[in-house]
Design a binder for this molecule. Structure first.
Ligand code: ATP
Length: 443
């Protein structure tokens, strides 16, 4: 394998489809390009990513609160934010095959598909437009939000008034965003409907550089703590001419995807751009009054902005391993236990009438505490392989010896070690292993 292709995208796309992580949207109608549906395993992984983020950002901190703002907002929000005027990519059309490309993606001045002649670049706004109410007229135009951040800025005073937070503090939100991207692709990496995890951290001007560095470090370590190999991540500072219209500084956390190093998350120092813009356009007071210094000022904002779908892809790629066992190849997803879609599989050795009731009992003993899967089809070996491929950390097997000694076998996904344990000790054992730092069965 080359440095940039540990596991190729085709393998991950095919595993995703075969095992129910991700399906093409509207598949039975031939699919809708760049839109994806998350299947039974995928939806669990996605929820776990979102919840791990929420836990780290909101629940484990005193200085960040949550928000869930609506996708449709007053159209003036997007005028103030600069999205109506500036959120555009240069677009070229091929005069021969009519395909469209992002001008800044092209190496030459001929169509990459048919070598035809290209039009001059035109700016193309990336926001999806729709109409509010029954009349399709210009006055009724609203946009599907292209980022969740603006919902946070326009609620800054509401949150301040209701929580009595003091600077520095943050507001976090996760949710869908929409961008009419010119070129999509690389599976869920770039789509037109995607989910973001964004946090806006409001600080005193002058302390912004320090907080900026702090959040870059925090966010980098979040991925490492959830199992992404450090050598597959890197930080890339934006060059001055690459900065977005609102940013004072920006770092991308990049992941080594099969197509090369690409952005996973951006951390920006937005200065006071957003609040100043909203004051200008709404006429409302959005400054902060500091009790201690008796001064009123505009806070600066540090924003870590991550994509759920891109993280999903990175966690999936990084967890994937193929191992040669005696006679066959084992595909295993070594997810961190907090992210694994299923935590424990309960497997009776067979559908024997004496084993099944005991296995069902074991299942009901643990399913309240962990996401479990009960599986009694096919050979035990094949069921282990299936769970490995889904990334399930533990399999609990009920066999004939269980009927005598009330013990079950627990198998560890990563080390393949097995231990026997009394059924009654199972919940505490799993709690310790799945909730703790080390989840190997016999460390
Ligand atoms: P890119 O340069 O890749 O288009 P961006 O710099 O426009 O990304 P941001 O505006 O910084 O992206 O958005 C923050 C995060 O939202 C990105 O790091 C990414 O994880 C996610 N994201 C943005 N656009 C998309 C998309 N079209 N599909 C999936 N995720 C996206």
């Amino acid at each position: 394998m080359t440095e940039t292709a540990r596991v190729d995208m085709e393998t991950i796309v095919s595993l995703s489809k075969r095992r129910g992580f991700v399906f093409q949207s509207s598949d039975i109608y031939g699919g809708l390009s760049s839109c994806w549906d998350y299947g039974p395993l995928g939806v669990e992984l996605k929820r776990n990513i979102r919840e791990a983020w929420w836990k780290a950002m909101v629940h484990e901190r005193d200085d960040i609160v949550g928000l869930d703002s609506s996708i449709l907002m007053h159209p003036q929000v997007w005028v103030a934010s600069g999205h109506v005027g500036e959120f555009a990519d240069p677009l070229v059309d091929c005069k021969v095959c009519r395909q469209r490309f992002r001008a800044d993606d092209l190496a030459g001045d001929r169509c990459p598909s048919c070598a035809g002649e290209l039009t001059e670049p035109r700016m193309f706004n990336l926001m999806f437009k729709t109409f509010m109410g029954p009349v399709e007229e210009e006055a009724a135009v609203v946009y599907l939000r292209p980022e969740t951040a603006q919902g946070i800025f326009v609620n800054f005073q509401n949150v301040l008034n209701t929580t009595r937070k003091k600077l520095p503090f943050g507001i976090a939100q996760t949710g869908k965003s929409f961008r009419n991207e010119i070129t999509t692709g690389n599976f869920v990496f770039r789509s037109r409907e995607f989910e973001q995890m964004e946090m806006e951290f409001f600080v005193k001007p002058g302390s912004d550089e320090e907080w900026f560095e702090y959040w870059v470090r925090q966010r980098f370590e979040w991925y490492v703590n959830l199992g992404i190999k450090r050598e597959h991540l890197r930080l890339r500072p934006h060059a001055q001419d690459e900065l977005a219209h609102y940013a004072k500084g920006c770092y991308d956390i990049e992941y080594l995807f099969p197509m090369g190093w690409c952005e996973l998350e951006g951390i920006a120092n937005r200065g006071d751009f957003d609040l100043v813009q909203h004051v200008k356009h709404s006429g409302k007071e959005l400054s902060y009054f500091d009790d201690e210094t008796q001064q009123r000022f505009m806070p600066y904002i540090i924003e870590p902005s991550a994509g759920v779908d891109r993280s999903f892809l990175a966690f999936l790629l990084d967890a994937y391993e193929e191992e040669a066992l005696e006679k066959e190849k084992r595909v295993v997803l070594r997810f961190h236990p907090a992210l694994a879609p299923v935590k424990v599989a309960v497997l009776p050795l067979s559908r024997n009438e004496k084993l099944v009731p005991v296995a069902k009992k074991v299942h009901s003993l643990i399913r309240g505490g962990f996401v479990t899967q009960y599986d009694d089809s096919q050979s035990i070996g094949r069921r282990y392989r299936r769970q490995d491929e889904a990334g399930t950390p533990f399999c609990v097997t009920i066999d004939f010896q269980t009927l005598d000694d009330h013990e079950v076998t627990i198998r560890d996904r990563d080390s393949l070690k097995q231990v026997r344990l009394p059924i009654g000790m199972l919940p505490a054992f799993l709690e310790a292993k799945l909730g703790g730092e080390s989840f190997e069965i016999l460390p």
